[in-house]
Design a protein around this ligand. Structure first.
Ligand code: ADP
Ligand code: GLC
Length: 489
């Protein structure tokens, strides 16, 4: 099968969060199983762009409304990521340093999608599947079905993966002029609550919809930032498939971001060395259990309750543990977390910003990873942590619910609590401190977690089965049927 992934992010080219990790890994594993998976994404101004060599494979001209633009498709020359990577260059629109966060993001991502479909429309062959990810690529299923210019593509099956339904890309109807001329009877395929909603449109128009964990799919029927009824209505074509993690990038035995590698037998010594590096760098007491948080400092991740939970933990549990936070996001949360630094007694530090290398060292050196998420469609951090022998402390939601079993339960290994609330986190911290005193138990849990299988192999097979179900049936002769009748025996 030839599968074209279209995404705003792909690690290591450009990553803002887990979407990048997933799109950087899944196609590689699909190719390993003998398929041809490719990635198409915007050409941002990244280090990856300048460090690598590219071939120009197509030049075209198209428009969003009355803005006409030239676009260029370039392809990475060596296939070094394990899949063919294509970047869409639209001068002035996409070639910027950040992935998101510009005032004209609507125009940027609509322009990107129009260019992608325009390019595909001149291909001599049709791919078997177009797989789009999140709302930034959500117009593609609609465009293929209902834009007059692209209707020769309408038989190509489309799959939407929802990594996060909180973000939907909604815009007023006055923006409809950005799309190539479309069948106005299909107005309802773009609309949700009197707005154009690219995520809702993709849920309506894609042939299949996947979410990145089973629990998240169930939760979205109750709470999906306004799309609940749509999920209920479209549930027949929705499937939850848990993400995997890239075992080559995230392997404590070979991780290129850390110095002290380790495997299951020497996990204790290996982690201790990375912990020492962290504690020296951030002025933390190495003897205490180290609890870290890595992630976007936004409400979804429960970041706003971190300052309160950390202060309360020091107050109620005592100064028996250290905290180290890595992230960026809401300025007020950043300020509060920075403010806590003044109260540190060698037991608290924060790094505001994005730092890939530091994140790897933290997964390796921490004892516990805190994830008090309000919403967590899958969550990769907890799986990375477990691969590095770090015990996750998670709220029971979405993918966290599907991947972490409380150590108090049979065969459990993590710390799980019900609410994204200061009290629940503080109690989790108390349990972490208590557990840490039993080093034998901690050692056993680390070894158990490191051997859990969160590899992509399993998940990729589920995607392939899903794609298969969308392909046209083979001609009758190949199925053994002739003249409309099955042969005996
Ligand atoms: P989300 O995509 O919702 O942010 P995930 O758990 O799926 O959450 O993935 C987050 C990814 O981003 C992980 O690879 C995590 O290590 C990384 N990450 C998040 N914040 C930072 C940061 N400040 N520095 C480095 N890596 C980060
Ligand atoms: C989103 C979700 C996160 C998920 C990631 C990759 O950003 O917030 O839970 O792990 O996508 O699918």
């Amino acid at each position: 099968m030839e599968i074209i992934h279209v995404s705003a992010e792909c690690y290591p080219v450009a990553k803002a969060g887990g979407l990048g990790d997933v799109v950087g890994a899944m196609p590689k594993y699909q190719n390993k199983l003998g398929h041809i998976a490719k990635v198409v994404m915007p050409m941002y101004k990244t280090k990856f762009l300048s460090d690598n060599s590219w071939d120009v494979v197509h030049k075209g001209r198209t428009n969003i409304g009355d803005y006409w633009f030239d676009y260029t498709i370039i392809k990475e020359q060596t296939n070094k990521l394990g899949f063919d990577l294509y970047l869409v260059d639209i001068n002035g629109l996409l070639d910027r340093e950040k992935v998101y966060g510009y005032d004209d993001d609507i125009q940027r991502f609509t322009g990107f999608q129009v260019a992608v479909v325009d390019w595909m429309s001149v291909w001599e062959h049709h791919p078997d599947i177009i797989h789009v990810h999140d709302h930034h690529t959500g117009f593609i299923p609609f465009m293929i079905k209902h834009c007059y210019k692209y209707q020769h593509l309408q038989n190509i099956p489309t799959v939407l993966t929802i990594h996060n339904a909180q973000y939907q890309g909604a815009m007023g109807w006055e923006m409809s002029y950005l799309l190539p001329p479309w069948d106005s009877w299909k107005y309802g395929m773009l609309d949700w609550n009197n707005n154009i909603n690219p995520l809702a449109s993709a849920i309506k128009c894609a042939w299949k919809v996947t979410t990145v964990s089973k629990s998240y799919l169930e939760e979205m029927k109750q709470s999906a930032n306004g799309l609940e009824a749509l999920f209920e209505y479209e549930k027949g074509k929705c499937v939850g498939i848990l993400n995997g993690i890239d075992f080559h990038v995230w392997d404590p035995a070979t991780d290129t971001y850390i110095e002290d590698h380790f495997t299951v037998p020497d996990v204790k010594e290996g982690k201790q060395k990375s912990k020492r590096l962290l504690c020296e760098r951030f002025n933390l007491d190495e003897e205490k259990p180290l609890i870290v948080f890595i992630g976007r400092l936004v409400g979804e991740k429960g970041a706003d309750i971190l300052p309160g939970a950390i202060s309360d933990s020091f107050y109620y549990v005592g100064r028996k543990m250290s905290f180290l936070i890595l992230g960026s996001g809401f300025p007020e949360v950043e300020d509060q977390l920075n403010g806590l630094q003044r109260l540190s007694q060698n037991d608290y530090s924060v790094y505001i910003g994005y730092n890939e290398a530091l994140s790897h060292l933290m997964y390796a050196g921490a004892d516990f990873l805190l994830m008090p998420s309000r919403v967590e469609p899958c969550g990769l951090n907890q799986m990375y942590a477990m691969r590095y022998g770090t015990i996750p402390m998670v709220r029971r939601t979405g993918g966290l619910r599907d991947t972490v079993v409380d150590y108090g339960e049979k065969d459990g290994y993590g710390i799980v609590y019900n609410w994204a609330a200061v009290g629940d986190i503080t109690q989790g911290v108390w349990r972490a401190v208590d557990l840490f005193e039993d080093q034998e138990k901690v050692g056993a849990i680390r070894k158990q977690m490191m051997q859990l299988d969160f590899s992509w192999e399993h998940s990729v097979q589920q995607y392939l089965d899903l794609y298969e179900s969308l392909l046209p049936l083979p001609p009758l002769e190949e199925t053994g049927e002739k003249d409309g009748k099955l042969h005996d025996g």
